[in-house]
Design a protein around this ligand. Structure first.
Ligand SMILES: [Zn+2]
Ligand SMILES: [Zn+2]
Length: 162
């Protein structure tokens, strides 16, 4: 979905946006995140004086690999986009400048916003226990045969002192 910012000189154009597209995978922090459903984009873009006011809702579903226990899990992904894009640099720092040309590709806007909305560290759940460092057992599914001292970090600091 491409929108020309050139046409808008001297007038204001509003466009209803409703499209979906497939994008197979994202590579993020050296991890691959699979996009398992088409990315659905709805909303409105208003272009006036070479500046696009982009208001979009994005919905899809992602398949992640937990960075701690390596479990694969799926989650719905939703995102609201509200940003302004200009073909020329503006004094207002909140207005993003198009890298080149005067055509705004909404798929680029969506993708950039998806990347910045992803968590820094993908975890299946906040309190994921990860894998046993000795046998590789997924500690979310129970306990393994290895002997683990449950060390409270405060006590282990004490222990180091003695
Ligand atoms: Zn996990
Ligand atoms: Zn173990």
């Amino acid at each position: 979905m491409e929108i020309s910012l050139q046409d808008s000189i001297g007038k204001s154009i509003s466009k209803d946006i409703d499209f979906a597209y497939h994008k197979a995978n994202l590579v993020y922090n050296n991890e691959t995140i699979e996009i398992v459903e088409p990315i659905a984009v709805r909303g409105q873009v208003t272009v006036s004086q070479g500046i696009a006011d982009v208001k979009l809702s994005v919905k899809t579903r992602m398949r992640y690999t937990c960075s701690r226990c390596l479990d694969i899990f799926e989650e719905d992904f939703e995102l609201e986009i509200d940003e302004k894009v200009s073909k020329d640099e503006q004094e207002d720092e909140n207005i993003i400048t198009l890298e080149e040309g005067d055509v705004l590709d909404l798929r680029d806007v969506v993708l950039n916003n998806i990347y910045s909305a992803l968590p820094l560290k993908v975890l299946c759940k906040e309190e994921c226990k990860g894998l046993c460092q000795d046998c590789g057992f997924n500690l979310n599914h129970g306990t393994c045969e290895c002997a683990h001292e449950e060390l409270d970090p405060r006590f282990s600091a004490l222990k180091d002192m003695f």
